[in-house]
Design a protein. Structure first.
Length: 135
């Protein structure tokens, strides 16, 4: 994963380094259900659009993310099938995205077989603004 020159700290995908030091030692395999790309539910109030896929068991790719950067504290989370947060992947508060790709590392401590969705949430209000859900 290589940082881009953007002040938003987006990343480009270098597939040769996907199993780099941040996730070294992970032997987790990606459940078949997570191999397909799923669209985020659109949210016109926050300008949220995009799609989410798993590159492998240690990397999430958010493609063409749009978000207007407004609102309270906003974060992108992995959630389990009971809709509980497993991990915050990225803070989005006050950051505008215009169809940008994000490559996000999944901590080794997260059991990817428990993942049910990726959600953009306002945690202070227990509010899900957008979600990509796998069956």
């Amino acid at each position: 994963v290589t940082p881009l020159a953007s002040s938003k700290a987006a990343f480009s995908l270098d597939e040769s380094s996907l199993d780099g030091p941040a996730n070294a030692g992970s032997t987790a395999t990606l459940p078949t259900a997570l191999t397909q790309s799923v669209d985020l539910t659109a949210n016109e109030s926050y300008g949220i659009r995009g799609s989410v896929s798993f590159v492998n068991a240690s990397t999430v790719l958010v493609k063409a993310l749009s978000f207007n950067g407004t609102g309270p504290k906003i974060q992108l989370e992995l959630r389990d099938r009971a809709d509980q947060s497993l991990v915050v992947l990225r803070e989005l508060t006050k950051t505008t995205f215009n169809q940008e790709d994000l490559v996000l590392a999944i901590p080794v401590s997260v059991d990817v077989s428990a993942v049910g969705s990726v959600a953009i949430v306002a945690p202070d209000f227990s509010l899900v603004l957008s979600r990509a859900t796998w069956q």
